[in-house]
Ligand binder design. Structure first.
Ligand code: ZN
Length: 324
């Protein structure tokens, strides 16, 4: 994987390539973006690039340093990961601080990659501050965080920040096709459900469980306006079964009704995500007013907020069902 393999994120990639080319390498970088957006992939290429020994294009993927990096055994690369724990504690950072003052073994530089930097406790962040401001001249620290607001302002101000952008549906589709032997039509469907996050698109495309869940959601959606066939109890059963994955279910419902709305408003399927369900979308669009479809979307979003606020699950879902 090299910069030329990265799809999307062109402004981030161009800035990083320039840093490597000019060899004006800073002490601390921060990559911010949601899980699955590609922070780690890009940070790894960048880190490899600043340690690469090639005189030509960096990273070259051929020199000793690049090969060591790719095998995960580079002695001058240090990673901090959260692992199974919920946070990165002060102990993990203290260990890093002990290491950072030791000279590199083989390279001119040492690179420290803090994955899930947003999960650093406040104590861990505070322990890091001084070193982050003035690390040894050979050290570069790279922080990866899902959200910048979970880091102290004093951490943020010491890092050069790169914000990763959500990708277009086309770009996510291209990435999915690279990884899976599936039709473009199917890949576009997953891309539409990915919210512009390639990691999410890949996960959906590879998940059997997701296929099953999606089928169940459509069974529910196709019967939802046909109350004679499906009583309230059955509908509740469906939601009860997916209690642990309610966020994804609500996502699918919102996307479904947005599909109906966009078809109703524009008269074409151009913006529709669920491209394999066009006849059902057309049928449901003919049954309802735009206002009614909007009110359903609002009800779903309201249910999501209620559940985030720890509302009673059954009560929140029953409210939703009553409003549809
Ligand atoms: Zn190299």
């Amino acid at each position: 994987m090299n910069f030329s393999d990265i799809i999307g994120q062109s402004s981030v990639v161009n800035r990083l390539k320039q840093i490597i080319e000019t060899q004006r390498i800073g002490h601390a970088y921060l990559f911010v973006g949601p899980e699955g957006i590609g922070k780690k992939t890009i940070a790894n290429i960048f880190a490899r690039g600043i340690m690469c020994n090639s005189q030509g294009q960096r990273p070259c993927d051929l020199c000793h340093s690049c090969r060591q990096f790719n095998s995960g055994n580079h002695p001058d690369v240090y990673r901090v990961q959260k692992g199974d724990k919920s946070s990165i504690g002060v102990e993990q950072i203290r260990k890093l601080l002990e290491d950072i003052h030791l000279k590199p073994y083989e390279s001119d530089r040492k690179v420290y990659i803090i994955e899930d930097a947003h999960a650093m406790t406040v104590q861990a962040q505070n322990a890091f501050l001084k070193t982050l401001e003035e690390p040894p001249f050979f050290a570069t620290i790279i922080l990866l965080a899902e959200k910048s607001n979970e880091l102290l302002p004093t951490i943020l101000s010491r890092c050069q920040m790169f914000r990763m952008q959500r990708l277009t549906r086309e770009d996510v589709c291209t990435i999915i096709i690279r990884h899976f032997d599936i039709s473009r039509e199917k890949a576009m469907l997953f891309a539409g459900l990915s919210d512009g996050i390639p990691g999410k698109g890949l996960q959906l495309a590879g998940s059997q469980e997701f296929h099953q869940m999606r089928n169940d959601v459509f069974k529910f959606l196709e019967g939802i306006f046909d109350y004679s066939d499906m009583d309230k109890m059955e509908q509740w059963e469906f939601f009860n079964q997916y209690k642990d994955r309610i966020d994804e279910i609500l996502d699918m419902l919102v996307i479904w009704f947005r599909d109906i709305l966009s078809y109703k408003e524009t008269g074409d399927f151009g913006l529709v995500v669920n491209t394999d369900k066009l006849p059902v979308i057309e049928k449901q669009a003919s049954l309802f007013t735009i206002r009614y479809i909007r009110s359903i979307i609002e009800s779903i979003e309201r249910t999501r907020r209620m559940l985030k606020g720890n509302a009673n699950y059954q009560l929140a879902i029953e409210n939703l069902l009553l409003s549809i």
